[in-house]
Design a protein around this ligand. Structure first.
Ligand SMILES: [Zn+2]
Length: 584
């Protein structure tokens, strides 16, 4: 009682003070042409705004209120949005773009670099061996060692040998994924514990690399054969996955990525649970969409598991409305499905992971339940088979605007590019790979022949045909997944630092800077059914904005990947700021 009495007077004064402050704000707001509650929270002014909208509109100011863009235009126009509480940021003429969208990545794999051996970029067999030995040394008592990131380019066609690992770790299983995620390299005790001998047949859709004379397994297992050793290594716990996702998120925001599509997570498992836990506890600072893995070994009965998983993930920041189907493997594993035989294996075209009819039935079942389809297709025959299945599913379900996604698209027949347009399919290439690197010289030219290898990764053709084309990194295949490097590579089709025109991979397929930016923004939003939410700087959309240290339109295209993100805003909030960037 006493406390209430004694605090009565100051409360009155505070109330009067608040009323006066409010009145002053309203008057000030009226003077500025805006009522206080309608004023912007934030105005970016003196900016070079490239909106990435369909008209490629440019502007100099953007106003944001409640996380939403409320004005795009001139400084004079933005001034009308300014009220007493508006934060005004002078951009000093810097380039402002929509936040980037990575339409095919594997953020959950980031746990691998934190809790396993990370071989990415190690660059030599000796470095791989050293990393494995070092990990074993710092993890005494581990029941097994897992890891990822080795490159097929450093090994013979039959892949890395188990003896290289036995020399480092002989007493516990070692299981290491290749950087493309399509092969594993194991030591002898892993093969032994998994019961893999010269007599073991490869499972359907899998390859056990063997000594051609003795049939003895060499230590490399490709595609579905990797499932033979999966039981030897513990999966990541939900906590580990959450930590991995947070590490991915911090990296992505620093690269200006505000939306990412996780290309394959398992329904009913810890992966979707990790995303949900992060969203529930307010730890998601960007938007995720994800595809649920479809197992070719199971029939359409698995669709109900996917439906149940989808129903659990309805948060604004995490949803799983897409189903992921692998049609084939990879060129470097000789597991891609081609229209013409491999150059080094006459008569062999690779095998699809699905029988055509089973694929059609599955796709129709998924489409019937409203799932967007997402296909892994490397070979030209794989892309054709996916398009056949899309055609069937769209016809049988009677559903339009399904935006089926086809990713990788290393080889695509010109006629099939036109079918993309006809079927409403979306192309999801990885422009980072449009270069003549070790994969090209050591694997693609010998496996495909030079003529076919020189017609890898169409891009301009998709744009020319009017096909929605959304770029992506396939992280952790590409590390770091820097969209500015993807944009540079898409425009030049040259390795960084190379300017010899003979090194351009398929020069006719070079895209423009504007097309490449659109592929990481507007078309990324379209691919994810988010075009009303993000992907361009337009009134009504989420204020997902990035500020760069230089204007991409005013520098040589070779330097585009040298640009740095200074500031990343997600829903109007600063989620990344470069230490060098001081906001006034
Ligand atoms: Zn992928």
């Amino acid at each position: 009682m006493n406390r209430t009495m004694s605090s009565h007077r100051p409360d009155c004064r505070r109330l009067i003070g608040i009323l006066f402050a409010g009145l002053a704000a309203v008057l000030l707001g009226m003077a500025c042409g805006v009522r206080t509650e309608r004023a912007a929270d934030l105005v970016l002014t003196n900016a070079a705004v490239y909106t990435a909208d369909a008209q490629e509109t440019r502007a100099t100011a953007v106003a944001v209120r409640g996380g939403t863009i409320v004005y795009v235009g001139s400084a004079a126009g933005a001034a009308v949005q300014v009220g007493p509480v508006t934060r005004i940021l002078d951009m000093g003429g810097r380039l402002v773009l929509p936040g980037f969208i990575d339409s095919h990545a594997h953020p959950v794999s980031a746990a691998g670099a934190l809790f396993g051996v990370n071989l990415q970029g190690a660059g030599s067999i000796e470095a791989y061996q050293k990393a494995v030995a070092a990990f074993a040394g710092t993890h005494p008592g581990a029941p097994a060692i897992r890891g990822a990131g080795w490159s097929n380019t450093l090994f013979p066609k039959t892949g890395p040998d188990r003896a290289l690992l036995d020399a480092m770790v002989g007493d516990i299983p070692v299981v290491l994924s290749s950087e493309d995620g399509h092969s594993v390299w194991v030591n002898s005790i892993a093969l032994e514990r998994a019961g893999i001998t010269e007599k073991t047949p490869a499972p359907p859709g899998g390859v056990i690399e063997r000594d051609p004379r003795t049939g003895r397994p060499l230590g490399t297992l490709r595609e579905n054969a990797a499932s033979l050793v999966r039981g030897l290594i513990p999966g990541f716990t939900q906590r580990e996955l959450e930590q991995g996702l947070e590490a991915y998120q911090a990296m992505a925001l620093g690269l200006g990525i505000t939306t990412a599509h996780d290309a394959s997570i398992e329904a009913g498992g810890d992966e979707p649970a990790a995303y949900r836990a992060l969203e529930k506890t307010g730890r998601l600072k960007m938007r995720f969409r994800a595809s649920l893995y479809v197992d070719p070994a199971q029939g359409p009965e698995q669709v109900r598991v996917l439906v149940a998983e989808r129903a659990r993930n309805k948060g604004p920041l995490f949803q799983t409305n897409t189903a992921k189907i692998f049609i084939d493997g990879v060129i470097e594993g000789v597991t891609a499905y081609l229209k013409e035989p491999y150059a080094h294996r006459p008569g062999f075209r690779g095998r699809p992971l699905w029988k055509p009819d089973a694929l059609k039935t599955m796709c129709a079942a998924l489409a019937g339940q409203g799932f967007q389809l997402h296909f892994h297709a490397i070979g030209d025959a794989a892309a054709a088979q996916a398009l056949d299945a899309v055609d069937f599913a769209e016809t049988s379900s009677g559903r339009r605007d399904q935006r089926p996604l086809l990713t990788h698209l290393q080889l695509v027949a010109p006629d099939d590019i036109l079918r993309f347009k006809y079927l409403g399919a979306v192309a999801l290439p990885q422009p980072y790979w449009f270069i003549k690197d070790d994969y090209y010289y050591n694997l693609q030219v010998p496996y495909l022949g030079k003529e076919r290898a020189d017609r890898e990764y169409p891009m301009a053709s998709f744009f020319a045909a009017g096909v929605p084309t959304a770029s992506s990194s396939d992280f952790p295949v590409t590390v770091p997944p820097n969209p500015l490097e993807g944009i540079r590579a898409g425009v030049t089709r040259l390795k960084p630092g190379v300017d010899d025109p003979r090194e351009i991979l398929w020069p006719e397929e070079r895209a423009t800077l504007e097309q490449m930016i659109a592929s990481f923004t507007r078309w990324g939003a379209y691919a994810n059914f988010l075009e009303s939410v993000t992907g361009s700087i337009e009134t009504g959309k989420s204020a997902d904005l990035i500020v760069l240290d230089r204007n991409l339109f005013e520098i040589p295209v070779a330097d585009v990947a040298r640009a740095r993100v200074l500031l990343t805003l997600f829903q109007g909030r600063t989620v990344y700021r470069d230490p060098s960037f001081r906001q006034p």
